[in-house]
Write a protein that binds this ligand. Structure first.
Ligand code: NAD
Length: 380
């Protein structure tokens, strides 16, 4: 008998859809002991929230997240709202004894994230942050390659996360569709939105970052606010680059921008070690490239591994070798890991504490860019 887990999902946007899909599918593909129930969807517009409930099969709706959190028939609160709402919702949910799943970045800054960690740990409630790229099979395979010590001592880590959708100066800032351009709502620009993913992956694959020096730029200095119509100073970073030193001695470069014409969501990393190298690019998501220095010299070369075999992470749960899965499956894989973590007592990562460490790296990036100096990262 599966245990029913009543979900209260907050936000019916991009992530509201991705998470709802995961709740609906997880039991079809994974053997977990819980069955998520789409109990309630919460958003501020009555019409939109009702339409979403109809489309996705939610049993009920709420227009105030506080009412949702108070409901006795909700077991887990899922925060799929803009970044400036995460803290308040998470604190209330933890206090009400709910499981808390939260979108990334965990918070607006490290101080907020720390309060969130303290709240879930005090309440002893399962908690999780949806850094979904860890659940791309090729990235999970990269972690396995690291665990198997096939790369050896790491010398270099380089990551880029590139988009191009904010180049037009006519694009407004703020409002429902463009909150990512409003610093008061997003906290930061590409640092919280994009490089946070690169940092999460990097910490997972290569351990803590010790120190860094960063530069950020806001290319378009003023934009009209979508809600007020007023032209206002832009407070977010449009681009962010940083150099870093990992605790294991590796040197790193990270770059993210929304001004790389032609790049829609290029999430790439390369690791160079004593025994080998690895390369991943989300524009070719089923492939992990691997160079093994142990190969005989006349056969040495980069292997392009099509990560779809039953032996590869997650693929046993999906289709036959050679077929592929997509973006939405990373959320289903993540949810399955989270549920298994609760069931086995070995919490899936990143939980709030783990995502807090990423948030501290983001704080260090923004501090360094502001003060034009190297910054030691608070290890958390
Ligand atoms: N894991 C990922 O790769 C990924 C991708 C996209 C977004 N995100 C994160 O997910 C979160 C949401 O982003 P999105 O792209 O889904 O945004 P979105 O704009 O598509 O959706 C946000 C939703 O939140 C609702 N909302 C806003 N304020 C609210 C409030 N006070 N009460 C109730 N509902 C409220 C909006 O009505 C909307 O339904 C952000 O933290 C973002 O950084 C993560």
């Amino acid at each position: 008998m599966l245990k029913l887990l009543n979900i209260g999902m907050i936000g019916y946007g991009f992530m509201g859809r991705a998470h709802s899909n995961a709740y609906r599918k997880v039991n079809n593909f994974f053997d977990v002991q819980h069955r998520p129930v789409l109990k309630a969807i919460c958003g501020r517009s009555v019409d939109k929230v009702k339409a979403f409930a109809d489309q996705w099969g939610y049993e009920s709706t709420e227009t105030d997240w506080r009412r949702l959190v108070e409901r006795k028939d909700i077991d887990a609160i899922d925060i799929g709202t803009p970044n400036n709402t995460h803290l308040e919702i998470a604190l209330a949910a933890a206090q009400a004894g709910k499981w808390v799943l939260c979108e990334k970045p965990l918070a607006m800054n490290g101080a907020e994230a720390r309060k969130m960690v303290e709240a879930v740990e005090k309440a002893k409630v399962p908690n999780f942050v949806w850094f979904n790229y860890r659940r791309v099979p090729a990235i999970a395979l990269a972690r396995q390659v690291m665990d198997e010590d096939r790369i050896g001592r790491v010398f270099h880590y380089r990551a880029t996360y590139l988009q191009d959708w904010t180049i037009s100066p006519d694009l407004p800032q703020g409002g429902a569709a463009l909150w990512r351009l409003d610093a008061a709502v997003a906290g930061s620009g590409v640092t919280g939105d994009l490089i946070s993913h690169s940092v999460d992956t990097a910490l997972w694959l290569n351990g803590p970052i010790q120190s860094l020096t960063a530069m950020t730029e806001t290319f378009i200095k003023e934009r009209k606010h979508q809600e007020t119509g007023k032209v206002q100073k832009v407070g977010i970073d449009d681009a962010c680059l940083f150099l870093a030193r990992f605790a294991n001695g590796a040197l790193a470069t990270f770059e993210s921008t929304r001004y790389a014409r032609g790049r829609k969501n290029k999430n790439m990393f390369e690791i160079n070690g004593e025994k080998g190298s690895m390369y991943f690019d989300l524009e070719d998501p089923h492939r992990l490239q691997f160079f093994d220095h142990g190969d005989p010299p006349h056969l040495a070369g980069w292997r392009s591994i099509h990560v779809t075999n039953f032996e590869h992470p997650y693929h046993k749960q999906w289709w036959v070798p050679g077929t592929t899965i997509g973006y939405e499956h990373t959320f289903i894989n993540a949810l399955a890991d989270f549920l298994k973590g609760v069931e086995t007592g070995k919490p899936a990562q990143p939980d709030f504490r783990d995502a807090y460490r990423t948030q501290l790296v983001l704080d260090a990036i923004l501090q360094s860019a502001r003060e034009l100096k190297w910054v030691n990262v608070n290890p958390g």
